[in-house]
Design a protein around this ligand. Structure first.
Ligand SMILES: Cc1cc2nc3c(=O)[nH]c(=O)nc-3n(C[C@H](O)[C@H](O)[C@H](O)COP(=O)(O)OP(=O)(O)OC[C@H]3O[C@@H](n4cnc5c(N)ncnc54)[C@H](O)[C@@H]3O)c2cc1C
Length: 375
């Protein structure tokens, strides 16, 4: 249970976003904001934080207003939820694969299980998720049932996806993350956009919130030409400032080898590669670095060149774009407008949002509203 939840936030679970301005917060859900207003008024970010605090989960706010449990483990969140279910004596049936939903005009009667059994109930909440990371159980079955029941489903596609990079050196940095990196995106060498945020190097290329949030645009730009990226790993320094900083470090470490000194400024694992790209001998002593070499290093550290190969697919996406049409759901209750005892929550809804805790908050909010309405 909770297999996707355990994956969230790189295993740390970015459970919500503490953006204090309600308007800015709602705007993250794009054109769905008008639908969500009433649902968030019923159960918003504060309610989420209060819920978890009451159930023993302390949280901390990180850059970008991302909220994580202080344990830095998504298991903490799952445990709190499972304990809550147990305390409420909720019957949990794991491994019970649903094969279909039985309904007549306007009312649902039962869900059919793969073992042939039927489970009858007064009300049904569909929380089968989207289609990303199938291995967690989100296979997209819910969309098939929704269509069969007459609901309109916007075809699901991958959203918030990592980016595969052509250059082999990128893979050598797999696992390295940079909290504040500046990424400039170019089409056929023409600059399109620059954004700063957290990135993560992976075995295929780049991931992390900054890249995930840019992935939709990168995908569109790929249709127009070759998309390249220029990565500035020290955006807090301008060129002159970085030059001065390096001068200062080299003076202080004058008898050290350059490769042993640069780690003061950039992640150790990027040192050798950075020097190689700037065509500087790693074993050279700091006192022997020439002005030209230092300037090459400055330019290199502020512009690591990469070529986008492709966006990864549904299996690697954080969320699915698409889902049930919002006009077919009453957001005051999350009830289907076609079936009086059918509730739709979480990733099955056609709502786009960026990375940053907005997805799980959508799940907590819609889940709570549906839960209150269906009892
Ligand atoms: C790698 C990754 C990292 C993420 N990180 C974050 C993050 O840090 N913060 C954030 O806000 N969001 C994050 N998300 C998004 C977030 O995980 C989802 O928005 C959220 O899990 C959706 O919840 P859900 O309940 O709608 O669906 P899911 O979590 O997908 O759950 C669907 C459930 O339905 C079950 N199911 C499906 N079909 C059937 C069937 N036929 N029979 C029985 N059961 C079935 C599945 O087994 C599963 O248990 C991340 C997603 C991924 C993939």
């Amino acid at each position: 249970m909770g297999r996707k939840l355990l994956l969230t936030g790189g295993g740390r679970c970015n459970l919500t976003n503490a953006e204090p301005d309600e308007k800015i917060f709602l705007s993250k859900y794009g054109s769905a904001d008008k639908f969500l207003f009433s649902a968030f008024a019923r159960f918003g970010v504060k309610d989420t934080l209060d819920f978890f605090k009451t159930h023993g989960v302390e949280t901390a706010i990180e850059p970008g207003q991302r909220v994580f449990p202080v344990t830095n483990r998504s298991q903490t969140i799952l445990n709190a939820l499972v304990d809550y279910l147990k305390a409420g004596q909720v019957k949990i049936m794991t491994g019970a694969i649903v094969s279909g939903i039985v309904g007549q005009t306007g009312t649902l009667e039962a869900v059919k299980l793969a073992n042939g059994k039927k489970v009858r109930a007064k009300a049904f909440a569909l929380a089968t998720g989207g289609k990303s990371h199938r291995e967690t159980g989100s296979t997209g079955d819910g969309f098939v049932w929704l269509r069969a029941l007459g609901h309109q489903v916007i075809e699901p596609s991958a959203a918030l996806v990592p980016v595969a990079i052509r250059e082999a050196w990128v893979k050598k940095l797999s696992g390295v993350s940079l909290d504040q990196a500046k990424l400039t995106i170019l089409i056929d060498s023409v600059k399109q956009k620059t954004k700063t945020g957290k990135i993560l190097f992976t075995h295929f290329g780049l991931s992390g919130p900054l890249v995930l949030n840019l992935s939709r645009e990168i995908g569109q730009w790929q249709k127009e030409g070759e998309v390249t990226l220029s990565l500035d790993i020290l955006p807090e320094y301008g060129y002159d400032q970085l030059n001065a900083k390096l001068q200062e470090i080299f003076k202080q470490d004058s008898n050290k080898k350059l490769k042993n000194s640069l780690g003061l400024l950039i992640p150790e694992s990027m040192v050798e590669l950075g020097l190689k790209m700037a065509k500087i001998e790693p074993a050279v002593f700091c006192h022997s670095v020439t002005r030209e070499e230092r300037q090459r290093l400055v330019r290199g550290l502020k512009a690591w060149p990469m070529t986008v190969d492709r966006l990864l697919g549904l299996d690697d996406a954080t969320i699915t774009s698409g889902g049930v049409a919002l006009t077919e759901v009453d957001f005051k209750t999350m009830r289907s407008k076609l079936y009086s005892n059918f509730y739709l929550v979480g990733d099955v809804l056609n709502i786009d949002r960026p990375s940053g805790g907005f997805s799980l908050q959508l799940c907590w909010t819609t889940g709570h509203v549906a839960g209150e309405a269906c009892v």
